[in-house]
Design a protein around this ligand. Sequence first.
Ligand code: GCO
Length: 434
Amino acid sequence: MKKFKSEFMIGAATAAHQVEGNNVHSDFWTMEHIPGTMYKEPSLDAVDHYNRYKEDIQLLVDAGCNTYRFSIEWARIEPTKGEFDKHQIEHYREVLEFCHQKNVTPIVTMHHFSSPKWLISEGGWESETTIEYFGNYCKYVTEELGDLIPYICTINEANMGKQIAKIMKKMQAVQKNDSANSTEVQVGLNMDDMKAKMQTYYRALGEAFGIDPRNVHSFLSPKTQNGERIIMKCHEKAREEIKTTNPDIQVGITFSLYDHQALPGGEKFVEQEQYEDFLEYLPYLQNDDFLGVQNYSRKIHGPDGIVSNNENTRLTKMGYEYYPEALGNVLRFVSKHWNKPIIVTENGISTDQDEERVEFIDRALTGVHQCIEEGIDVIGYTHWSLLDNFEWQLGYAQTFGLIAVDRSTQTRYPKESLSFLGSIKNRGLVQIQE
Ligand code: GCO
């Protein structure tokens, strides 16, 4: 049976806004509460991880895991521009100290999608000034807490804005097609409703941030080329500040990477996607210490582009293909262009059938193990996610967690998959076959 070495980092990941609760100074909190909001429901108390982190980390430890990836919330640390909150630093110090007491390696993300509300009012992720603001925040956190942080991911899924722009383009094309094909009545209702909703939303958005709604650029807004560059400049600036403060900290960034596969004739699409998802960013990563890889599924490309799922495709609750082997494939692709350590910073599925998650973990980690045997330097895996949590626009209905939470009482119910993940190092991989 295949086993991971004892130093291999294995555990789970969360993001502050998705689990902590009451992230009231963030842009997401604002966007969740405005009229016409695109969010199914607001995050509110989330799963109260801010107060219950000890219980949650303890469950991770009890299961046998040794690593916890979580994010520090910029909007808590700097709720008002230039005013850093010592009290919040103390909170994260306690979280980090608790990890160390429990022999858990903390991997800290400095920015995981949510930003302080004020940053968006200042132009957000399309503004040059964000580079300095982000650098200042990272400098402050590492000066205060750096000695407790072995690994920092500066920015989570730096390529997300580009992926969202693609999704929006696709949706617009579908909408256009629909309006060309469907009856006036259907279209009339849908399009008018949609337009009215969008108008309300944009008006409220502009009022909430005190700027023209066209200038509201949260991290998940579709990015311009310049926005893409700004994100990478933020990464470079953060790395420089962190390394100057504490050169021992291992600094990296994370990317959302699909396993792009080609059918005959689809090769050019695969090449294009791989370039846009990852290769294009490489010049900015040369001085990084590690790379964070996040993978959830694959995309198959034929001569006419992406091949849609059919009735035989096994889907997750998110609607994308259940395909754990994607992770190993992505690691192999990345390793052709990257020869420093890699951490799988996210990988997982939303499902109500925990057996499916157990199988997913086993098959995905089998892929990771094979990659290590092939000589790829994968040093850790943090499953998404430790807890069922707030899945952004989709709210709480998605269940990615290794631990279920009854939000009416905030009671935790560890799932079988948690102990499965935690015991894998001792037990080895079962290698469940399809
Ligand atoms: C991400 C996100 C998570 C999501 C996860 C599941 O980095 O995409 O980190 O916030 O919840 O991907 O969709």
